[in-house]
Write a protein that binds this ligand. Sequence first.
Ligand SMILES: CC(C)(COP(=O)(O)OP(=O)(O)OC[C@H]1O[C@@H](n2cnc3c(N)ncnc32)[C@H](O)[C@@H]1OP(=O)(O)O)[C@@H](O)C(=O)NCCC(=O)NCCS
Length: 174
Amino acid sequence: MPDILRAALIPTDRFTLEPLGVHHAADMVSVLAGTAIYQYIGGQAPTAEELEKRYAAQSIGSSPDGREAWLNWIIREQGRSIGFVQATVETDGATSDVAWVVGEAFQGRGAATEAARAMVTWLRHQQPPVRITASIHPENTASASVARHLGLTPTGRFDEDGEEYWEDSPPTGA
Ligand SMILES: CC(C)(COP(=O)(O)OP(=O)(O)OC[C@H]1O[C@@H](n2cnc3c(N)ncnc32)[C@H](O)[C@@H]1OP(=O)(O)O)[C@@H](O)C(=O)NCCC(=O)NCCS
């Protein structure tokens, strides 16, 4: 059985992607505050206690049955947290569902694109390479732009929440 993939520190031009720890909860509470972030992804701003619990569970790094690796990174900029990126990797299929969230105050500066690109590049360089998928609400144009920058394309297939599946463009010559 292959080793479970673990998040590593990933530097980008402007940011550092730090593997998630419970200690990140303290400043992520304000990053995840407000209502705008939840317009398309559902849910609501977590309390400090809720976030500590969530981060404690997520930083275990895998599902109890070992079929999924949970990789989460906090996007850090000059000593502060501004958002997160995450990858849920199926250990058998080498496929990963990815997602990104940037705090309202830090949006519109290319942060999601830069952070997600670094994460996806890292995943694609694993052995074996991880194929990328994402689920995006059809009206979430900002998130769709991020996905396009990563080379993902919409599939026309939707999940039960009405989100569209996006995936890596199929290999040519198959
Ligand atoms: C989606 C999200 C992560 C984008 O973060 P960001 O750091 O502002 O994104 P970027 O600055 O990298 O911009 C990405 C693209 O979205 C566009 N964009 C940013 N904000 C936008 C908005 N409010 N409306 C429309 N487009 C927007 C940008 O112009 C850019 O497109 P371009 O590069 O083609 O010009 C952020 O809006 C967010 O956290 N939203 C709430 C959570 C969410 O929906 N996550 C996605 C789950 S799949």
